[in-house]
Design a protein around this ligand. Structure first.
Ligand code: MSP
Length: 657
């Protein structure tokens, strides 16, 4: 079609490893890139990592490393994951790249000089998870609805971007461009948010609080707010030096106004409000479109590390293959709405559509060609009405397929391809070529049926190639289709009957989509359940561990074996028992122990061995002096309580270390 398209994914935060949510948007970008190439467009696909801000500093500190080392490591993990599974981005940008940092500073200078940045004191509710201030109306029960944490009240002097000034201009743009934000529900959401006043945006953080960021060019006591930094990547990436373009500006000129952002609904406000107003202030033309998709849920719940239900691309690839997940992504999600991922439904769809559908059609037709025609592809011959129906169905497909892809109705495109495959299956069942093969007088019928069957598989593989690139390339190679999928032959031509050369010799029938059996599914589900249980920790409520100590701290505590000589209740003290404990000294020690709840009859303690903290400073109590402490174990709610004991063979006064 000869259009120019620039596709971007969000830059993922490097505070966590990639999961299938990130994978989805990146696969979406990769699929769109392949689709645009298939229809002959010039496309540039950008992804990358967002590496500044408080969230990252926190994650690095938790990992015990410096932010630089941490971001290098996790950003590398993203890049490796994408390249291991063959996602074909054209450029991977990191917000810590020098060229990006310089560009952010240039824009800040420009907007500052134009008078759209001012200094003021501000008090606001900050959510570190969102890395932005929330308004009170956004909170649910006082908490951030996305992160379920109470935002921190932050009061400080900062720089502000006059975002509010651009509200009307933005509303006018959205109204004049009905498909600028798609699907429509998100456009409406943004318009309704913009009905209220639009506050200015705090775009700095004082270095006293955060140093991991890009210095403000006009005040080095501040770093840039992470969103004012990260959003600019979409432009800075085009301005980074490239081999193909003579000057930085050329690539920007070539792609920028064809920019199509892909995001999920979580970052709609930043992309549909912050970003365009930033562009307006910087005097940069607006991007072309934002496509907003819903969330992948794990069953019905949000994916979260603490629930142990996060699906990692690497493990999925080993279990069932990412290629097959790509198919599921587009088959299952209706763009814009949330969708549910479960292994069970994944296997169901895989088995019905790929193993029993496309895979089975290829293998049964190819096997018959091998068995009855020596593997040589026969001529299509003159079509019967039944075959003409298939031909007509296929001829109508490219146009509706393109319309669905352009409107991001991927599940509908798949439905139509499945329609063609289903019709072909029924046609083959009716024609029963295995019977024709036994009747020599019907040799030409057999040839026609098999040739038509193979053509449908080829056409389906062409159309599914953006979604299932590896498997479809294998199918096309097997069928001898050598024309490139790059628009040099129009899609309508590629998807037309007659693409397979008569006389092409088929090799061994490939098993591209082997059925996944129940056993394998069970195995994987068990692994997942075990991992989730491990993530959830012990099922009982266990007290959190105290801060770490070193051995020298522990060595300060002198623990001794003690023999309880006497034990009695203490009048007026509901919790205490008075003990006389022999720890090998001239006199037994008097110790008041808070263990009465477990020993209604203290006499049972007499004669037992306990462990005593012998060097604890004596404590004067209402009932007398307590000369040490007896160790006892207890549950969080004290429903289980008992003295700690020692094994036989130890005598009063022996050290416990
Ligand atoms: N760093 C910001 C984006 C800056 S863009 C200039 C950020 N990063 S993120 O790591 O949190 O990525 C959010 C994006 O990851 C979503 O918008 C979506 O593309 C993808 N997803 C993360 N979890 C997802 C699901 N559970 N389901 C679908 N996509 C999800 O926000």
């Amino acid at each position: 079609m000869d259009r120019t398209v620039y596709i971007t994914t969000p830059l993922y935060y490097v505070n966590a490893e990639p999961h299938i949510g990130h994978l989805y948007t990146t696969v979406l970008g990769d699929t769109l890139k392949r689709y645009y190439r298939l229809v002959g467009d010039d496309v540039f696909f950008l992804t990358g990592t967002d590496e500044h801000g408080e969230k990252i500093v926190e994650a690095a500190a938790n990992g015990g490393v410096e932010p630089k080392e941490f971001t290098d490591r996790v950003s590398g993990m993203f890049r490796k994951t994408w390249s291991d599974i063959g996602l074909g981005y054209d450029y991977f940008i990191r917000t810590t790249d020098e060229s990006h940092k310089r560009y952010v500073q240039r824009v800040l200078d420009k907007v500052h000089e134009a008078g759209d940045i001012y200094f003021a004191e501000y008090t606001g509710l900050y959510c570190v998870g969102c890395e932005r201030y929330l308004t009170v109306t956004e909170l649910e029960d006082g908490k951030c609805p996305d992160h379920q944490i109470e935002p921190k009240e932050v009061k400080e002097s900062n720089y502000f971007f006059k975002m509010g000034k651009y509200r009307e201009q933005l509303v006018a743009h959205i109204k004049a461009n009905p498909t600028w934000i798609r699907p429509e529900r998100y456009r409406n959401e943004v318009l309704s948010f913009l009905k209220g006043p639009l506050e200015d945006l705090c775009i700095s953080r004082p270095k006293t609080r955060l140093t991991w960021g890009i210095d403000l060019p006009f005040d080095d006591k501040y770093v840039t707010y992470v969103w004012f930094d990260a959003l600019l990547n979409y432009v800075s990436a085009l301005k980074s030096p490239s081999a193909e373009f003579a000057a930085d500006e050329d690539r920007f000129e070539h792609y920028w106004d064809k920019c199509n952002h892909l995001i999920a609904k979580d970052i709609l406000k930043t992309h549909a409000i912050y970003w365009p107003t930033m562009l307006m202030a910087a005097g940069i033309p607006l991007f072309n479109q934002i496509d907003v998709h819903g969330y992948w849920l794990s069953g019905d719940s949000k994916m979260s590390k603490s629930l142990g239900n996060v699906v990692r691309p690497g493990s999925f690839d080993e279990q069932f293959g990412i290629e097959n997940l790509r198919y599921f992504f587009f088959r299952e999600m209706s763009f814009g709405q949330d969708a549910s991922f479960t292994y069970e439904v994944f296997v169901e769809r895989y088995n019905s559509d790929l193993a029993n559908g496309l895979g089975n059609l290829l293998s049964r037709v190819a096997s018959l060609v091998k068995k009855n025609l020596g593997g040589v592809v026969p001529a299509l011959g003159a079509p019967t009405p039944a075959e003409q129906e298939l031909i007509d169905l296929a001829a109508a497909l490219p146009a509706s397929y393109e319309a669905h892809f352009e409107a991001r109705r991927f599940h509908r495109a798949i439905e139509e391809i499945r329609g063609l495959l289903g019709a072909t299956d029924r046609y083959i069942n009716e024609m029963a070529p295995w019977k024709l093969a036994r009747d020599e007088s019907r040799a030409s019928d057999l040839q026609r049926v098999l040739a038509h069957g193979l053509e449908v598989v080829r056409i389906a593989a062409v159309l599914l190639s953006p979604i299932l690139p590896t498997r479809c390339a294998e199918i096309l190679a097997y069928l001898g289709e050598q024309r490139p999928l790059d628009g040099s032959v129009p899609l309508a031509g590629l998807a037309m009957f007659g693409g397979i050369t008569e006389g092409h010799e088929l090799g061994d029938v490939p098993r591209l989509f082997p059925r996944i059996d129940e056993k394998k599914l069970k195995e994987v589900e068990e692994q997942i359940a075990a991992a989730a249980a491990a993530a959830a920790g012990p099922s009982r409520d266990v007290a959190p561990l105290a801060d770490e100590i070193v051995i020298d701290d522990f060595a300060k505590v002198d623990l001794r074996v003690g023999l309880v000589r006497e034990a009695e209740l203490v009048e007026g003290a509901k919790k205490l028992i008075k003990l006389l404990v022999d720890i090998g000294e001239a006199e037994p020690r008097q110790i008041f122990a808070g263990i009465r709840a477990a020993y209604e009859d203290p006499q049972v303690l007499v004669g037992t061995k306990v462990i005593v903290v012998a060097n604890l400073k004596p404590r004067k109590m209402k009932f007398g002096v307590s000369e040490g402490m007896v160790l006892a174990g207890h549950s969080v709610d004290d429903s289980r309580l008992a003295t700690a004991s020692v094994s036989d063979g130890l005598e009063p006064g022996d050290k416990v270390t």
